[in-house]
Design a protein around this ligand. Structure first.
Ligand SMILES: [Zn+2]
Ligand SMILES: [Zn+2]
Length: 155
């Protein structure tokens, strides 16, 4: 199956929420900021970004919350099992020109999933953690995300 026709399916732990995308992720990011660590319970967070027109199907009920330390981000989670499956940064929609969905890479449970190309908050990485191998690293948040968060808050 080619990358164009491959379906990437993200599911919560219990399977109640499912999202299927086609065309592969636009970007895959890694982040080690304190907020991402607490939100995921993992020492590094991996997110994949898709545009709304890549959604093939979406099932299940989600609840959402605005990140208190990330006011420009709206997180969607399964009310049954608590998995955060995807999120939106409204400001990114304005900058990117299309509605974007961030999806937790772990929810694909696909060991052949593309590796991240950008890592943020490298300065906050656990001391023993090796290089993730991204093309771009930022000591803290990438300027693009800062711009998107500010754009979302000024709406
Ligand atoms: Zn669930
Ligand atoms: Zn983060």
């Amino acid at each position: 199956m080619s990358e164009d026709t491959k379906i990437d399916e993200a599911q919560c732990c219990c399977g109640q929420v499912s999202l299927k995308f086609t065309g592969g992720p636009k970007k895959v990011l890694a982040c080690s900021c304190d907020y991402c660590q607490r939100r995921t319970g993992s020492i590094i967070q991996f997110s994949a970004w898709y545009t709304a027109d890549q959604i093939v199907s979406q099932t299940g009920e989600v609840k959402h919350y605005q990140g208190p330390n990330n006011p420009g981000v709206d997180y969607m989670f399964c009310p049954e099992c608590g998995s955060t499956v995807y999120w939106e940064i409204p400001g990114l929609t304005a900058l990117y020109g299309s509605r974007l969905y961030g999806v937790a890479v772990g929810n694909f449970a696909d060991r052949d999933y593309p590796q991240p190309t950008m890592e943020n908050f490298v300065s906050n990485r656990h001391h023993w953690l090796g290089d993730v191998g991204t093309e771009e690293t930022n000591a803290e948040v990438s300027p693009f995300i800062v711009e998107a968060l500010q754009a979302g808050m000024s709406d």
